[in-house]
Every structure is written in C-alpha cells, then in structure tokens.
Write a protein that binds this ligand. Sequence first.
Ligand code: FE2
Length: 179
Amino acid sequence: MAQIRIRNTNERIEGEEQVKAFLEQQGVLYEHWDMSKYPAALDEKFVLNDEEKAHILSTFDAEIRDLAARRGYEIWDVISLSDATPNIEELLTKFEQVHTHTEDEIRAIVAGKGIFIIKSEELGYFDVELVPGDVISVPENTNHFFTLMDNRQIVAIRLFIEKDGWIAYNVNDPDFVKA
Ligand SMILES: [Fe+2]
C-alpha cells in the first residue's frame, strides 16, 4: 500500500484509509489492484520483451478497461526500468524535473517501486511511495515528477487519453525543495 511523506514537515501518512483520504483531498485518484495474479514467471524480472509486456496487459485487461471506461483512456502500454535500462542515469536526471501535463498522468505499478512527488497548493510537495498494485493519477496541470526508489526497479502500466497529452512542460518552481 502506498505511503505519503509531506516534505515540508516530514510527516508520514500510512494505512489504506488514511492514504486514500489524503490523496482524495488532493484531487489525486488512488486505487489498488489485486496483484496475486501477476504472472509468476515474471517475478523479479525488470527487463521485459514485447511478449512479456503483452502478457502483463492481458492479465490486467479487465482492470485497464474499467479505468478506461471511467476516465476516457484510449491507449496503454507497459514500461520497465532498472539498472539494466541502457540510459537509466540520463532518464532519471530527465525525470527529476518538476513539470506538468495537459492530461492526467496515470500509472499502475505492477512490480518494483517508485515515487511520485506532487505539489499541493496548501502543503507544498509530498511524496507518494508506490508499491505493486498501487494505481495513481496525478491531475492535469499539477506540478510533479516521478523517480525510482533505492532498489531502482519498476514495471508499470501507463494509460493515455492521447499520446500528446503526456508532453512535459517543465516548471522552475522556487517552492520546490529537494528531498
Ligand atoms: Fe509527468
């Protein structure tokens, strides 16, 4: 289950109900999928071929189509990142820049871990630490970025309304405080 850390106060929020309530207050969609059906053959595998990615999408087809029907997503794919990703350092540097998009950024974490850092108008930046099964959507036009955690491994499903909606507009925010 996801955990929250508010950067300005270092306050942590844990527990399904508390995390859900906090994110709802912030306008952030948060759901949790049952990961028990994740293909056992792909456990601990963070370099995936096209066939393996298609297997993950078909495993969660019902969950994906349910989200798509509710929220208008048209296309989806699987990304995997780890130290085996050829340009991982370059990618992480690029990721760790506060930005916005014109559509929401939704991710379902299916393996590994990751963090979304999101700006709240009232509280400043907060971290959402995500584990397998966590589904999160950063609202459109909201300052945020994504990074990996210490294990530097993740597999996530991404859904888009249209590919162009995910163009990043960088923001130089004086309120942003590094971890
Ligand atoms: Fe983003």
